[in-house]
Design a protein around this ligand. Structure first.
Ligand SMILES: [Zn+2]
Ligand SMILES: [Zn+2]
Length: 285
């Protein structure tokens, strides 16, 4: 684990790639957002899953992150990690698939997998490299497979989650979404190392800002379903796109679920900073 002074002196991108399970590499960068007078950091992570003869990239990172993602990937290829043969994105939203065109252009052997709705409209030149997948389908990487599994917490109806069959890593896209604090040295840490991070609080804040439907659903049902999925798959590590990776599933998942349940009981506060009615009236036109 990094000491705090060293951690703060580094940029978040300098701490990656980080191997969170054997052959599973966390890459990408943080995105700064202001909310409630605080600076929140959120990840828009990507993960490289290295098999014996091929690698699968899960998510592409935010569009701004492609130079960082490419640098991290090149570092991994220089270490002997097999080339990217598959790109799996959880859904059609910018922080998850915003680098898709550049990934397909840079890695001409890569096949795009998942629910591939609409991507052919943005990138008709790559339509022949898009492959539909649904629950239970799997990509063979050699010695391990990336399997499509039930997306319990989702943003869009087209969402799928992925699961690495070898190290039992779950890639839940917008599930387990929570921000962290750069000034507390959390960037690049896994959830269990970020001891000062109040997981229920940051989980409920993220749900409030990004998953509005959780206000209108009984989140106990969704959390029970998550527990069922985790038990059925025997999940050992969780690699969320926005949250810090979870390496102690039994200890950390209940804290994130607590945040989801708490957020569901509070009215939606709206997105990001906004001017109050009084302040707006005082502002000259
Ligand atoms: Zn998202
Ligand atoms: Zn950060």
């Amino acid at each position: 684990m990094l000491d705090r002074a060293t951690a703060l002196a580094m940029t978040p991108a300098d701490r990656m790639p980080r191997e969170i399970a054997p052959g599973v590499y966390w890459i990408g960068d943080c995105l700064l957002q202001r909310h409630k007078g605080r600076v929140y950091h959120g990840y828009n992570a990507a993960f490289l899953v290295a098999g014996e003869n091929a690698s699968g990239l899960v998510e592409t990172g935010h569009p701004k992150d492609f130079p960082v993602i490419e640098r991290h990937l090149n570092e991994l290829f220089a270490r002997g990690v097999p080339p990217i043969q598959y790109l799996f994105v959880t859904h059609q939203e910018t922080p998850h698939c915003g680098g898709l065109g550049r990934v397909l252009k840079t890695y001409p052997d890569a096949i795009l997998c998942g629910d591939v709705s609409d991507y052919h409209l943005a990138f008709p030149q790559y339509e022949h490299r898009m492959r539909w997948m649904k629950e239970g389908d799997a990509i063979d990487l050699g010695g391990r497979a990336l399997q499509v599994v039930e997306p319990v917490i989702r943003d869009l109806r087209t969402t799928w989650w992925a699961f690495d069959t070898k190290e039992r890593v779950l890639f839940p896209g917008d599930g387990f979404a929570y921000s962290h604090y750069h000034e507390d040295g959390h960037c690049g840490l896994v959830a269990e190392e970020a001891v000062s991070l109040d997981l229920p609080d940051v989980s409920s804040t993220f749900a409030d800002l990004a998953l509005f439907w959780t206000k209108f659903a009984d989140m106990n049902v969704y959390c029970d379903r998550l527990d069922h999925l985790i038990a059925r798959l025997g999940v050992k590590t969780i690699a969320p796109t926005h949250g810090l990776p979870i390496t102690d599933v039994a200890a950390t998942v209940p804290k994130v679920q607590q945040g989801l349940k708490e957020a569901a009981l509070r009215p939606e506060s709206g997105t990001n900073e906004k001017i109050t009615a009084g302040a707006a009236a005082a502002t000259p036109a």
